[in-house]
Design a protein around this ligand. Sequence first.
Ligand code: NAG
Ligand code: NAG
Ligand code: NAG
Ligand code: NAG
Ligand code: NAG
Ligand code: ZN
Length: 773
Amino acid sequence: MWLPKAFAAVALLTAGRVAASQGGGSSTSSTSAAADPSVRPFRLDQVRLGDGLLQEKRDRIKAFLQVYDERRFLVLFNNVAGRRNPSGVTPPGGWEDGGLLSGHWTGHFMSALSQAYAEKKEDVFKAKLDWMVAELAACQEAYTAGKNPTHPGYLGALPEDTVLRAGPPRFALYGANATTNTWAPWYTQHKIVRGLLDAHYNTNSSEALRVAVKMAEWAHLALTIGDKNHPSYAGNLTRSDLNYMWDTYIAGEFGGANEVYAEIYGLTGDRRHLETSQAFDNRESLFGASVENRDILVVPQGKVPGRRRGQRLHANTHIPQFLGYMRVYEQSGETDYLTSAKNFYDWIVPHREFASGGIGGVYPGSDTNPELFQNRDNIANAISGNGAETCTTYNTLKLARNLFLHVHDASYMDHYERGLLNMITGSRADTNSVADPQVTYFQPLSPGTSREYDNTGTCCGGTGMESHTKYQETIYFRSDDASALWVNLYISSTLDWAEKGFSIKQETNFPRGDTSRFTVTGDGQLDIKLRVPGWIRKGFYITVNGESQPVEDAQPSTYFSLNRAWTTGDVVEVRMPFSIRIERALDRPDTQSILWGPIVVQTVGTPQANSGFWELSLYKKLKLDGDYSRGAIVRTSNTTTGDPLFTIVNPSNNETVDARPYYISNDVPVSTYFRRVEPAVVFGNIDTGVSNRKRNDGLPKYDVPVSGVASPGTDGPTFLDVVWDQAPFATHADFVGAVGSVLDSFVAAGVYSGSEKDTILAVAGEAEEELKL
Ligand SMILES: *[C@@H]1O[C@H](CO)[C@@H](O)[C@H](O)[C@H]1NC(C)=O
Ligand SMILES: *[C@@H]1O[C@H](CO)[C@@H](O)[C@H](O)[C@H]1NC(C)=O
Ligand SMILES: *[C@@H]1O[C@H](CO)[C@@H](O)[C@H](O)[C@H]1NC(C)=O
Ligand SMILES: *[C@@H]1O[C@H](CO)[C@@H](O)[C@H](O)[C@H]1NC(C)=O
Ligand SMILES: *[C@@H]1O[C@H](CO)[C@@H](O)[C@H](O)[C@H]1NC(C)=O
Ligand SMILES: [Zn+2]
C-alpha cells in the first residue's frame, strides 16, 4: 500500500442495481418511475455463466466466500452494540480492524454472498448471508435500545458519532484519531446498506430490506437534524453544510450512498429517502460544472472552486456519486442528474482512461497520490508504478452500464468490455486462496512492474469480491416492452427469460476465441440485437441456421438487429476475427499499447532501455494489409487453457519480447505501454535514408500544466504512423497513392522538403515486392 494501512486513503464504490433499473419485474418502484429506463438488465438469477475465463475467476472468489468465517464480520458490530462475541473470532483485519473505516467489508461480503448465491442457489451462501442479516438486525436493535443514540436505527461497526462528526458543528477531518477524526463514514454506511439491498434483491430477504430501511430512516435524521446533542449544535443542516462535508478529502467520501437511498425511495415510496439521496448532491464544486460540461476534475493552482476541495479530485470518491445521480434521475425524472452523469463520464472516457480501462496515476508537478484524477488528456505522463486503482474501474463499469440503460450508445459497452476483460479479470490472481481474496489494489502502469494480490479489508478487496461474483450482470439486457434482447457481451452463458418464454444458450470461449454460437429455445417474434464491438477490423459475420446475414455494412460500435420469428432450435453464429491493434496515448503518440481484439497484450519482463520502456520498431514487418500479426507481433503458442501467447521481434537487433493477455494474473513483471522507435522511413527492408519525422499536432494538450512538459507541445504522429493508419491497401498502387498524399500534407506542413518527398515516393514505388502479401 502506498500509505500506512491504518491511515491510508480509501476508495469507493458499490454495487448497483437501482430500484428502477433492477432487473426483471422485481418489486420495484411503486412510485413515480418518472424516468424508467427503456432498457433493463436481467436479474442475476436469470443468467448462468458457462465454462471459461470468467467462470474460472469467479469460482476462485466463490471458494473464498464459501470458506471464509462470516462470524469475523460481526465482531466489531457486536462490540459497538454491546453484544457478546464467541471467543477466538477476530475481525478480518486490513482496514476492517476496528479503525475508522470498519464495517465496509461486511457490506461487500454480503453483496458478494448474495451474488454468489443468485446463480446456482447453493445454500452455503444464503445460509451465511441469512445469519449475517439476522445478526446485524439484532445489532441494530441493541444499539438503538441500549446506547442512547442521537437518532434511532443506526447500524455500524463503529459508534454513531464517527458518522455524525463528519457534519456540523465539528466537520471532522480524515485521520487516525479515533475520537476526533473520521474516515469516509458515509462510504461505510453505503456499503452496509448496499449489502442489505443486494441480499434483498438476490435472495428475497425481507429482513435485509427492513434493516436497510431503518438505516435509511437514521440517515435522513442524521443529514437533516444532525448532531443535535452536541453543545455547539446550531440547528438543522443547511445545503452549505452538506456541500462543505462532501468536498472534504476522504472524510467526505460517501461512495455511492446517494444510490441506495434513492433505491429505498423506489422500494417504499417514502419521499424522505429521495430527500436523503439528494442531500448528497455535491453542489459546491462538481454538480453544476458537470451539468454545464465544464471539466474541473483537475484545476490549476489558485482556481480551486469551493471552500474545501483540492486541485485534483479523488477518482474513486467522485465516480460513484454519479451512479447515485442516475438513481435520482430515475426516481425523480430531473434531467440535470442524467446530464451531469453523461458529461462526467465523457471527461473520463477517453480523456483519462488507460488502455486497460483504469484511471489515475501521478504526473510531474502534481502530488504523489495516484488515487487522484490525472489532468485531462494525460495518459503517457500519468503512467506510474501505483497506477490505476481497481475500484475506479469497478465504478466506471457501473456508470457505463447504467448510462446505457438510458442512452443506448454501444461505446458504453465497449468501455465496459475493455474494463471487464482487462482490469477486472486481471485483478484476480490465478491461484486459489480461501484466506485472502487475492485481488489487486493498484494495477501498476510503469513498465516492467508486477501486480500484487491480497487486499483483505481494503476498498479494492471489497469491490473485488463483488466484481467476480456478478460477471453475468451485463451480458444481456432487454427492452422495457420485452420486444428486444440486447446481447452486449460475448461470454459463455445461458439466459432464462421465462416471462418471455425464451431461453438463449451462448457457447463461446471468448476472449480466448473470437466466435460465439447462440441456440434459441422458444418461439415467437424477438429482435435480437448483437453488439458489433468497436475493435473489429476484419469484419463481423453472422449466420442464422447456417445462412449468412447481410452484415457487410455493420459499423464498429453499433448493434446489429436480427428481428424475426424464432423457433426452438434456431442457431445464430457470430464470428468477429480478432486482430492486433496499436493504441497510442492521447498525449504522446510514441507511447503505445498492443491490443488483441478486446484484450490488452502486455509485454513480459523488465525492459533494459534507458527510457524504462520496451522500445519496439514494427513497421519493417508490415505488408500491404498493415496486419501486425503477419510478422511483427506473432501468436507463437497457447497456454494449456488456450490463452494466446505472442512474440515480438525487434528488427533492429533481432531481440524478442514475449507478450500475453492482461487477464493472466501472476507476479511476473509486465508492461501495458511500450515506446515506438521508428527512426527511418522504411518500406519493408528498404530504407529510404530519410528520417521518419513527426507532424506537429500540438501534443500534448493538457488542461492543467505538467512540470517540465510544454503544453501545447510539438509532438504528433510520425509520417509512417499516418501512412499505415490508412491500411489495409488493396494494391501497391493504392499504397503509393496514400504515401503521396501524406507526403503532400507533410510538405505543406514544412516537415519534409520537396526532394525528401521525391526520394520517399520513389522508394515506395520500388517496394512492391517487399510489401506483397
Ligand atoms: C486524539 O485527539 C484528542 C483531542 O485532540 C487528544 O486528546 C488525543 O490524545 C488524541 N489521541 C491520539 C491517540 O492521538
Ligand atoms: C419472497 O418472499 C416472500 C415472503 O417473504 C414470498 O411471498 C415470495 O414468494 C418470495 N419470492 C420468491 C421469488 O421467492
Ligand atoms: C429539521 O428537519 C426535520 C426533518 O428531519 C424537519 O422535520 C424539521 O421541520 C426541520 N426543522 C427546521 C427548523 O427546519
Ligand atoms: C492456438 O490455438 C488456436 C485455437 O484456439 C489455434 O488456431 C492456433 O493454431 C494455436 N496456435 C499455436 C501456435 O499453437
Ligand atoms: C536478424 O535475423 C535475420 C535472419 O536471421 C538476419 O538476416 C538479420 O541480419 C538479423 N539482423 C540483425 C540486426 O542482427
Ligand atoms: Zn479501491
